[in-house]
Design a protein around this ligand. Structure first.
Ligand code: AMP
Length: 122
């Protein structure tokens, strides 16, 4: 499917330096920063610098270099934050049913406590 990217989304503004962020890691193609409304002791968002709406858009259209950088950036954040041993959760919401608030690909990395079951009952 073809996606239309909204240049005015809040993560685009972060990438342009128009609003601040609490950076955890920056790489050539990726940026990781603390979520402004953390839902766990560790709640980091990892975004690609490229204009991708969600993971489907990214996996379909990003270059191999971007995909490698992004995948490794997620792993580096887990290592930096020391959650690999006790475990963590990655979430990437997409679209209406995924209840995606910000239309720029982001992976939530959550950890630092028992996160419970994956989904709340509908
Ligand atoms: P989602 O519902 O998956 O699109 O999640 C969007 C996430 O972005 C939420 O967890 C918000 O708390 C977070 N968020 C929104 N604005 C900012 C911001 N300026 N800095 C950091 N996180 C943000």
């Amino acid at each position: 499917m073809a996606y239309t990217y909204d240049d005015e989304n809040i993560f685009a503004k972060i990438l342009r330096g128009e609003i601040p962020n609490d950076t955890v890691l920056e790489t050539e193609h990726s940026l990781a920063f603390n979520d402004i409304r953390p839902q766990a002791p560790l709640h980091v968002l990892v975004i690609p610098k490229g204009k991708y709406v969600n993971y489907d858009d990214f996996a379909t259209n990003a270059s191999d270099a971007e995909i490698l950088d992004y995948t490794r950036a997620i792993s580096k954040v887990c290592a930096m934050k020391g959650v690999a041993a006790d475990g963590f959760r990655m979430i990437s919401n997409a679209g209406r049913d995924g209840v995606q608030e910000v239309p720029h690909l982001h992976v939530h990395i959550l950890g630092g406590r028992d996160l419970g079951r994956m989904l709340n009952p509908a």
